[in-house]
Design a protein around this ligand. Structure first.
Ligand code: SF4
Length: 193
């Protein structure tokens, strides 16, 4: 077991404050649908493991998130995969969280899926309204959309980080985002200062 420090009950707030758009998008969908399909459970589950959610807390997190499932169905269909990600089943490999390259160039989400990278996989219209709903201004949205049109997805994500952490001034400038957990840790570090 990875002895993490994050509790299932901390996840809402930590993700809202510090997670990149790919992860907060999956979290919102999970809360809305009370379900997340396989690609999302892998991408989001491994991210949560890497922020310090132990296997015990992960089982609590997913069990309570899937409120519409019976215990029996949850045990049969989901519990094994969660334990598998933590290296407790099958080949007993403890899997690493996906980096941006893997997420961006991996299997694209189809209808009903929420995995992937919003900068790469959202339609332009969806991404724009998402950015406006996060209270970005028109200048910032255009700047990010131009980066996306030029296929600089990770640079767009980095710019999004800077804009949403602008209260920290120069310190909001970070290296280009290569990994969702790098984004998360950078955000947490700023909040601690
Ligand atoms: Fe997530 Fe990376 Fe895409 Fe940012 S660039 S939203 S961290 S996959």
């Amino acid at each position: 077991t990875s002895g993490g420090s994050v509790r299932a009950s901390d996840v809402d707030q930590l993700v809202r404050q510090h997670a990149p758009l790919c992860m907060s998008n999956m979290h919102t969908s999970l809360r809305a649908d009370k379900h997340l399909r396989h690609g999302g459970r892998m991408q989001y589950g491994l991210f949560l493991k890497a922020i310090g959610l132990s296997i015990e807390e992960a089982l609590i997190f997913w069990r309570t998130a899937f409120t519409n499932h019976t215990d029996d169905k949850f045990q049969k269909e989901y519990s094994y995969n969660i334990r598998h990600n933590y290296g407790l089943e099958g080949r007993r490999v403890s899997y690493a969280a996906y980096n941006c390259m893997k997420i961006i160039s991996g299997n694209p989400p189809s209808t009903g899926d929420h995995h992937g990278c919003p900068f790469r996989h959202f339609s332009q219209g969806n991404l724009e309204s998402k950015l406006y709903s996060e209270r970005l201004g028109a200048v910032q949205v255009n700047e990010i959309m131009n980066l996306v049109r030029d296929r600089h997805y990770q640079v767009a994500c980095t710019r999004y980080f800077e804009v949403t952490h602008s209260q920290y001034g120069e310190k909001s400038k970070i290296d280009t985002v290569e990994h969702p957990n790098q984004y998360y840790e950078a955000s947490k570090r700023l909040a601690k200062e």
